[in-house]
Structures are given as structure tokens and as C-alpha cells.
Design a protein around this ligand. Structure first.
Ligand SMILES: Nc1nc2c(c(=O)[nH]1)N[C@H]1C(S)=C(S)[C@@H](COP(=O)(O)O)O[C@H]1N2
Ligand SMILES: [Mo]
Length: 318
């Protein structure tokens, strides 16, 4: 009952369009630059200029990941976020500034040769950074296209050295009720958790993100480290990661734990498989009124369709 009432984010977009988008649209029409300060203009904010990894940006773009549409302007993508740790509205950018992203330690444990912890600044300097233009399709039927900077999960796996017995990679967000008011809402299964099979984790597309728009990530995007798996619904792209655990058992993810009939483990994008309460056939392009047809695997089938051969008994598209 409680969950039902609270999960307003599941409303179809036309019933739930937040005021901020209207405001931005209006200010655009008026010829002004939007409402969120320097970041809205695309330049690095003070927090980003002070970031100890600022010198790594912009990273060289990997041209193999091309878009079929325009990059979403940062003033839209940085002001319309799902980050339940900081509230269930889309306007979490200000609240997310409370997250302290240094020092930041990442734990690697479970079925690995040797569990370890590594500081984020050490980790990023061991990894091959590049920029990729990726699309993101939220299960709520809006979509965006973002220039992420980061490194292939494959490079991280080479560092983590999972054992042959590992079948899944479980990933978790930080847990700190003192900075994240959403985490005081005890009916949610914190910390936010997501999982991939090992073949999914090792896929060329699976990307660990440290930056966006040629700068270190701003907090609302999931700083300092988040996942991007663009062929899956956006809720799989878990933010502000602190722990990577290799397991034999399939991890239960945050939304799956809340409502498994609507949000499953696989969550691959498919226009023909509706959400129980709305169609997935089209998507609204963030910052516009444009609707586009949704693509199977969000258009990334050539990279990932083979991962799902022989898995027809699974709920691959929920
Ligand atoms: N920790 C955490 N990760 C999260 C979420 C969240 O609430 N908490 N929301 C997910 C959802 S539903 C989406 S669509 C994307 C949104 O990413 P964006 O805010 O960068 O657009 O983040 C995903 N990762
Ligand atoms: Mo989402």
C-alpha cells in the first residue's frame, strides 16, 4: 500500500512532467540561459574545477559509438534526474550536492582472487579513460543522449580478477542516511543495488562512468562513479558506486525487491513489451516534446543480442 502510493515516478510522463522542465522550456523561449547556474551553460562548475581528476578531462572520444540523434543539452539532463537517495522528484541536483565524493573508496569482494579496496583517484588513473556518446532510455519512457567519460567495465574486471566460479556482478551505491534523506525512508531496500551476469559485465558496451560533458560527473549524475548499460532500462545504471561483489547467486536489485512484477533483473529495452501500466512503444526526448519509436535493446542489439541466446525462459524485457 505504502509503496504503491509513494511510487509516483511510475506515472506516465504526461501526468508527471515536473515543473522544472516547463520552467526551462519557458526560459529558453524567453532567450535566457536556464536556471541552474554555470552548469547550465556547459562550463565546469567550481566543484568540478576543484576536482582532483579535473586534469583528465576531456578524454578522447571513441568514435565507434555514434548517435542517431542530438546530444541532450546538459541543462536538461543535469536537471531531470532519478536519484532516490536525494528524493523522488526529478529535481535532486541541489540536494545531491550534500554528497561528499572525496575521499571515496571502492570495495571489490566476493569471488575474486583477492578482495581489496581502492581509492577512487587511484582507480581512475589506472583505467583507460575515453568518451562515449550513449543513449539512456528510462523505464518511465523518456530518453536522453549523453557524452559520458569513463572506462570499459572489462578493464575493471581485469583489475578485480574474478574467479571462474563468479556468475554475477553485484554493484552497490553508498549508504549514508546523514547526507541522503531518501535513505531515511526505511521502506526502501537501501543501499541501491544492481546486478549483471558476468557475460553482460564483460560486454564491450558496459561502461563505468566518471564524467559527463567533458568534465568530472556532477553529483546528481551519480558521482564519482556510476554504471552505463545503454541497452537496458535506466534503473540498471546504478550511481555513486562503492562496492563490486562477485557472486554465484543472482543479486536482487532495488526496484526488483520493491516490485518484481514490474521491474526485473534483466530489464532489456523492448518496445513490444509494455510495462504493466504503460506502453514502451515510444519515448519522449528529454527537453523536447518529440516522441520517437523505442528500439529493441535501445538500438544496441548488434552488441548484445547474442548474450540472450538460449535464455527464452527468462523475463528478459522486464
Ligand atoms: N543509486 C541510484 N542509482 C540510480 C537511480 C537511483 O535512484 N539511485 N535511478 C536510476 C534510474 S531510474 C535512472 S533512469 C538513471 C537516471 O540517470 P540520470 O539521472 O543520470 O539521468 O539512474 C539510475 N540509477
Ligand atoms: Mo529510470
Amino acid at each position: 500500500m505504502l509503496i504503491r502510493r509513494l511510487r509516483s515516478w511510475e506515472l506516465p510522463e504526461h501526468e508527471a512532467t515536473p515543473e522544472t522542465v516547463f520552467l526551462n522550456r519557458r526560459s529558453l523561449l524567453a532567450g535566457t540561459a536556464g536556471l541552474i547556474g554555470a552548469a547550465a551553460l556547459g562550463g565546469p562548475a567550481a566543484a568540478q574545477r576543484a576536482d582532483p581528476t579535473f586534469d583528465l578531462y576531456p578524454a578522447k572520444r571513441n568514435e565507434s559509438f555514434a548517435l542517431d540523434r542530438a546530444i541532450t543539452p546538459e541543462r536538461f539532463s543535469a536537471d531531470y534526474n532519478n536519484f532516490y537517495e536525494f528524493g523522488s522528484s526529478k529535481s535532486v541536483a541541489v540536494a545531491a550536492k550534500a554528497l561528499k565524493i572525496r575521499p571515496w573508496t571502492v570495495v571489490v569482494d566476493g569471488l575474486v582472487e583477492k578482495p581489496f579496496e581502492i581509492g577512487f583517484d587511484d582507480l581512475i588513473r589506472k583505467m583507460p579513460l575515453e568518451e562515449r556518446l550513449y543513449r539512456l532510455r528510462c523505464v518511465e519512457a523518456w530518453a536522453m543522449a549523453v557524452p559520458w567519460t569513463g572506462f570499459p567495465m572489462k578493464a575493471f574486471l581485469d583489475l578485480a580478477k574474478p574467479l571462474g566460479s563468479a556468475k554475477y556482478l553485484k554493484m552497490q551505491t553508498f549508504l549514508d542516511r546523514s547526507v541522503a534523506p531518501g535513505q531515511r525512508q526505511v521502506w526502501y531496500p537501501w543501499p541501491y543495488t544492481e546486478g549483471l551476469t558476468m557475460p553482460e559485465a564483460a560486454n564491450e558496451l558496459t561502461f563505468l562512468v566518471t564524467g559527463a560533458y567533458g568534465k568530472p560527473l556532477s553529483n546528481q549524475f551519480g558521482a564519482p562513479l556510476r554504471l552505463a548499460v545503454p541497452w537496458k532500462y535506466g534503473f540498471k545504471s546504478v550511481k555513486s558506486l562503492v562496492r563490486f561483489s562477485f557472486t554465484e547467486e543472482r543479486p536482487k536489485s532495488f526496484w526488483e525487491a520493491l516490485q518484481s512484477s514490474e521491474y526485473g533483473f534483466w530489464a532489456n529495452v523492448n518496445p513490444k513489451v509494455p510495462h504493466p501500466r504503460w506502453s514502451q512503444a515510444t519515448e519522449r526526448i528529454l527537453g523536447t516534446d518529440e516522441q520517437r519509436p523505442t528500439l529493441i535493446f535501445n538500438g544496441y542489439g548488434e552488441y548484445v543480442a547474442d548474450l540472450y541466446k538460449g535464455l527464452d525462459s527468462e523475463r528478459l524485457f522486464v
